[in-house]
Design a protein around this ligand. Structure first.
Ligand code: KG4
Ligand code: ZN
Length: 380
């Protein structure tokens, strides 16, 4: 079957079309078309994602991206689809620009061979989520196909399913580390999630971004802090002062990164004359602190839950130091397979939403035209 997948939860507008087959333990995916637009440049000057702007950009770019994905899939054929324009404007009344583009484009093509739509329902920025949801519902009505609301975090976990199938076994543990989330999830069975630990305050990516700001680096700071840390490793630069490892030895699987970020902030304030090399050393110390906390907590969870697979997901796993630390766990746990999605599936994308959509479909979960955006949607 073919699934159209839509993601608009944060600052990436993404649309893809996937050919999906196989059963829940051996699903197969072929990406027929994929189009993504990152708004990072637009939000850069605000030092973070600005929700109203994100919403406007999603509404502006969704149809062009959809068109691109459709063409790439060779599924766009010129034709006539009758639309009740008033109905569409009503469905998309909160997105007038999207409605205008919708009534300009959709009537000029035939309904493509697409069987279902999967769209992110949450978590994320609600104004941004609504754009994708309203578009998905309007298309679902016009083409008379089911729409599946998808949890974005489930998408991150299931991204690894595009890799060698035999390696993805349950029970699994997933560590999701992004700009908005830090979660350890026990996946006892496919589509059965239990969040066993999460951050009490800042997400890991958020801490990276805030530390970057303290060091005078632009948003998103994660890759920049990581580049400084890398230089410090190569040159063996020391840190000007040590940083804490918050909650390293707490009995639970909870995380906290706000104190670590504050330690960087006060340290820099108290040492206003840090040299460039000292800043690099500090970036390395920060990266080490984060890595130590993440790996220690994950090892503790592995010991307790004994998973076959450890899945890493979210934008922060693009960090090569953190990535390697987790890949090294295979040495300590020879029975454990550590899986990290390919780079383009690590950061926010719509392919993962399509994958989750297919699994929801084969598991018999119900489609809906009634669901809402849920900014704080949880996994369990
Ligand atoms: O998953 P993602 O693309 O979007 C969210 O759902 O948040 O993650 C973005 C986050 C940002 O905070 C960014 O700074 C961080 O991932 N990030 C990194 C690296 N690349 C991206 N953090 C550390 N090192 C990196 N190389
Ligand atoms: Zn994400």
């Amino acid at each position: 079957m073919k699934i159209l997948a839509i993601e608009t939860s944060c600052d990436e507008t993404a649309v893809s079309i996937l050919e999906c087959s196989g059963d829940i333990s051996h699903p197969q995916f072929n990406i027929l078309g994929n189009a993504l637009y990152s708004q990072i440049k637009i939000h850069e000057r605000y030092g973070g994602v600005f929700p109203a702007l994100a919403k406007r950009e999603h509404a502006l770019n969704l149809i062009p991206l959809f068109k691109k994905a459709l063409q790439e899939s060779n599924l766009e054929t010129q034709g006539i689809t009758t639309l009740e324009t008033d109905h569409i404007f009503k469905l998309l009344e909160r997105e007038p620009e999207l409605a205008r583009q919708f009534v300009d484009y959709i009537p000029t093509i035939n309904k493509p061979e697409i069987d279902a739509i999967a769209v992110t329902a949450g978590p994320g920025l609600e104004p941004a989520l609504w754009v994708g949801i309203n578009f998905a519902k309007a298309l679902g009505i016009v083409w008379n196909i089911p729409v599946y609301p998808i949890n974005h975090m489930e998408g991150h976990i299931l991204s690894v399913l595009t890799q060698a199938q035999d390696e993805v076994k349950v029970p699994a543990l997933a560590l999701l580390i992004s700009g908005g989330h830090t979660e350890l999830v026990h996946v006892e069975n496919w589509l059965s999630y239990n969040v066993i630990g999460e951050t009490k305050d800042d997400a890991v990516g958020e801490a990276f971004d805030k530390v970057a700001r303290v060091l005078g680096l632009p948003y998103p700071g994660g890759p920049r802090v990581s580049a400084l840390a890398q230089e410090a490793r190569e040159k063996e630069l020391p840190t000007p002062f040590p940083l804490p490892r918050p909650m390293l030895h707490s009995k639970d699987f909870a995380f906290s990164f706000s104190g670590l970020k504050t330690a960087v902030l006060y340290g820099v304030r108290n040492n206003p004359d840090l040299t460039e090399d000292q800043k690099k050393g500090l970036a390395k110390e920060f990266e080490d602190a984060v890595t130590e906390v993440l790996t220690t907590k994950t090892k503790k969870a592995i010991d307790e839950y004994n998973p076959c697979t450890l899945i890493l997901g979210g934008g922060v796993i693009a960090n090569s130091h953190i990535r390697n630390a987790f890949l090294n766990l295979e040495k300590k746990y020879p029975e454990l397979k550590v899986l990290i999605p390919e780079m383009n599936l690590t950061t926010d994308n719509s392919m993962m939403i399509g994958i989750a959509g297919y699994l929801n479909y084969i598991a018999g979960k119900s489609s809906s035209l009634e669901f809402k955006a849920q900014g704080n949607l949880r996994l369990n």
